[in-house]
Design a protein around this ligand. Structure first.
Ligand SMILES: NC(=O)c1ccc[n+]([C@@H]2O[C@H](COP(=O)([O-])OP(=O)(O)OC[C@H]3O[C@@H](n4cnc5c(N)ncnc54)[C@H](O)[C@@H]3O)[C@@H](O)[C@H]2O)c1
Length: 420
């Protein structure tokens, strides 16, 4: 991630929202900076006997509303600024969905595809050894993010329990079911967005039949989104991953695409039934719903004008820059913002943490019903704020979060007593 101003850009969304609510300046001051960011170098033994070091971070952005919560990303371009921005978004997201959490995030600057499985495990365990003093079930609770998964969360949870000398399944979510993971966590990010679109279909002006969907990024979020939309008869007409994009106006062969990814191949290598196109062509496809599910800043000033989707469902965090947001709003494209649209992941992570603490596990139906209730409830609130204040859904979601964060910050005490 090369944009050093990513946090400043993200904070402009908070400023936009603050213009529409009565918020004490103390609250905004508190939310402008991360509470703590720890940076370490992880030194691990490689399979060939050599040693190699990797930069790693963990940021606890704000813990006013509870322990900090957020994923760990393994990516060759991760930076401290990216981690802090993602942790800021987690703070706001947990407030939008009213989860009793603050926001955190972590990363290792590594290309995980270049590591063997044993090296990946050593790196994951080294991460927990380095950050064991700042994570914890009541302090900071990691989860999967880009290029990390349930297997890695299992190793990390195991390492933490070994360090503490007793099981602590609540330290990490997104674990394998056998280690205290929750049913329904695997597709939760996509499912939350899918429920949101389903709930708002009429208000968004989307067709109830023959929906066309384009998915950018074909990992956890993207694959499950494609699968869920297909389950209601939608056509997946475009898909991309880090190597390229494919398109078929009549719908791609999703099973072939999923099988290719399962075997560690690119969507380009699948018998997808369509043709290869460029990454920017994918963004400009004529579709009902465009689902960014890859990285930040993918829709920017340079390509936003080409977007022809009616609705953009942001399963990725921060896929649209502020400048692109303005262009899309002028074009009448409705953006379902990340802090609501992809909140299904952290919501089911919360369910997992609750189940770990209770030692009592829910059925898949219970998980789905509770997730749906939260996403639809908060989706309605955000929709109504947008309508009443005549703002975008993103600004409305930030207004909603800001109100909850301000209430909590003020309840903790802002020392106004001394200044007024
Ligand atoms: N996993 C979760 O629970 C979760 C929750 C909330 C938000 N998110 C966000 O969703 C996004 C994807 O996360 P994920 O967990 O699905 O990651 P993942 O590692 O499972 O998948 C990432 C996908 O993006 C693709 N990709 C990478 N660079 C790309 C590029 N330049 N163009 C097109 N595709 C590219 C990769 O090939 C891969 O298919 C991220 O923004 C993440 O922060 C994930």
């Amino acid at each position: 991630m090369s944009n050093p101003d990513i946090l400043q850009a993200a904070l402009t969304r908070l400023d936009d929202a603050a213009r529409h609510v009565q918020i004490d300046s103390d609250v905004l001051e508190k939310l402008k900076y991360p509470r703590e960011t720890m940076k370490v170098r992880l030194l691990i033994r490689m399979d060939d006997g050599s040693r190699k070091s990797f930069l790693a971070w963990r940021c606890r952005y704000d813990d006013t509303r509870g322990p900090t919560k957020g994923g760990i990303r393994f990516h060759p371009e991760s930076t401290a600024e990216e981690v802090e921005t993602l942790a800021f978004w987690m703070t706001v997201k947990c407030a939008v969905t009213n989860l009793p959490y603050g926001g955190g995030k972590g990363a290792v600057r590594v290309d995980p595809k270049s590591l063997s499985k044993a090296e990946l495990e050593r790196l994951s365990r080294a991460y927990v050894q380095a950050f064991a003093s700042i994570i914890g079930p009541d302090r900071d609770i990691p989860a999967p993010d880009v290029y990390t998964n349930a297997m890695i969360m299992g190793w990390m949870s195991d390492e933490y329990s070994t360090i503490r000398g007793e099981p602590h399944p609540g330290v990490i979510t997104g674990k394998p079911i056998a280690l205290g993971g929750s049913l329904g966590r695997d597709d939760a990010t996509a499912r939350g967005g899918f429920y949101l679109v389903g709930h708002l279909t009429e208000r968004l002006g989307l067709p109830t039949e023959g929906l066309r969907v384009v998915v950018q990024g074909f990992g956890n979020a993207g694959q499950h989104a494609a699968r869920l939309f297909r389950s209601i008869g939608a056509k997946i007409i475009g898909v991309s991953d880090s190597r390229g994009a494919v398109y078929a106006s009549g719908g791609l062969d999703l099973d072939a695409l999923l099988a290719a990814k399962n075997q560690g191949r690119s969507v380009l290598d699948a018998e997808h039934g369509g043709k290869a196109i460029s990454a920017d062509e994918l963004i400009g496809l004529e579709t009902d719903v465009l689902v960014p599910s890859a990285m930040e800043d993918m829709i920017h000033e340079g390509n936003a004008n080409t977007v022809k989707a009616r609705v953009v469902l942001e399963l990725a965090n921060g896929p649209i820059t502020p400048a692109a947001d303005e262009i899309l709003a002028k074009k009448g494209v409705i953006v379902l913002p990340d802090i609501l649209a992809n909140a299904g992941g952290v919501t089911v992570s919360y369910f997992e943490w609750v189940q770990n603490r209770q030692g009592y596990y829910w059925t898949l139906d219970e998980v789905h019903t509770r997730l749906k209730t939260i996403i639809e409830r908060e989706g309605d609130v955000v929709w109504n704020i947008a309508r009443d204040k005549d703002v975008t859904l993103r600004t409305a979601a930030y207004i909603h979060a800001l109100n909850r964060l301000a209430t909590a910050i003020e309840a903790h005490g802002t020392q106004q007593f001394f200044t007024s």
